[in-house]
Design a protein around this ligand. Sequence first.
Ligand SMILES: NC(=O)c1ccc[n+]([C@@H]2O[C@H](COP(=O)([O-])OP(=O)(O)OC[C@H]3O[C@@H](n4cnc5c(N)ncnc54)[C@H](OP(=O)(O)O)[C@@H]3O)[C@@H](O)[C@H]2O)c1
Length: 331
Amino acid sequence: MTIWTFLGRQWTRLPPVPKGAYLKDKVVLLTGANSGIGLESLKHFCLASPSKIILGVRSIESTQKIVSELQSLHTDLKAEITFLDLNNLSTIKSLPETLKEKGIDKIDILINNAGIDPGNTIKPAEFTEDGYEKTFQTNVLSPLLLSLVLLPLLQKSAKPKIIFTGSGLHTTANIEPIERSIENNTSIIKAFNDKETFDNKKIYSRSKLLLQMVTRSLINSLPNISIITVSPGLAITNLGRNHDMSIGFIIFGTPFLFLNARSAEKGARNITSAVAYGDQSYDYWSECAPSYSESSWLSSGKGINATKIFYKEMIDEVEKIYPGITKDLIV
Ligand SMILES: NC(=O)c1ccc[n+]([C@@H]2O[C@H](COP(=O)([O-])OP(=O)(O)OC[C@H]3O[C@@H](n4cnc5c(N)ncnc54)[C@H](OP(=O)(O)O)[C@@H]3O)[C@@H](O)[C@H]2O)c1
């Protein structure tokens, strides 16, 4: 994506927050609901008469406070807070059971919003207890596993939908580790979980490219579910919490950010609009409408081939984590 395309997208005037009771009788599960784009999406959803909103978070106390405040404004809001840590796969695997205990056996809309950016500094890779590099697990593996684990609940909905939160930065990702793995006939997953070649500054955009590869493949595997990968655009949230504030960034980066970034509320409109209006699958949704990825590699022969190979690897990986979980997919 060129800087001009980026600026054009950022400066596009977004439509207002969708109006009306588009969530009537619907149960929504939202991850990362206690901050940034997730929190603003939650506020939008409160206006849309949901049957119930389930908030999958790891910070129960702060989320409880948010819910209490929202319930004082929206007295009919039914919210359920449930512990979910994307860095701990067992909390994902046990979620259907946890929800069952709370009397929830159907989900209409799953919103995989939670994600991390590990920052702009050179740092060694951090690994989760499950043995994966943290950004890879949080941004790629866990959203896929969560979607598959919740499939039986989604299949009970008349119009199921899964939203993934992508990023325009996927277009800037260096594809070299992917192409090298394919050339050498080695695992792409291993390449992204290798502490020797790990690059902290590049992992965020790469993770969003891998997510884009997984989600566009998932559309074909689940034709009866509306699957949408939403790009919220550059928005001011807490995502930059691991970024180092160097003098250079303060002088050049901060003015650029404040001039061109959206508010978290505007970023959230992209998610809200996909929930309200996106009634089929779209592999990219930005500026509140169906869109397209600016990555020419993704739609090239090499990109299509790499997407197939990586998706197959991911399917095998989730099957190892949770045997039988991919049985309903067309692969
Ligand atoms: N802001 C942008 O410019 C931008 C642009 C493109 C895409 N995005 C994407 O938008 C999504 C939301 O990000 P944001 O900008 O709103 O950032 P944010 O304010 O930092 O919010 C991130 C949310 O994800 C949650 N989260 C992180 N790791 C988690 C884990 N292991 N388990 C459960 N929840 C976890 C956080 O919860 P805790 O409070 O517990 O950490 C928080 O609620 C992300 O997927 C991000 O990549 C953002």
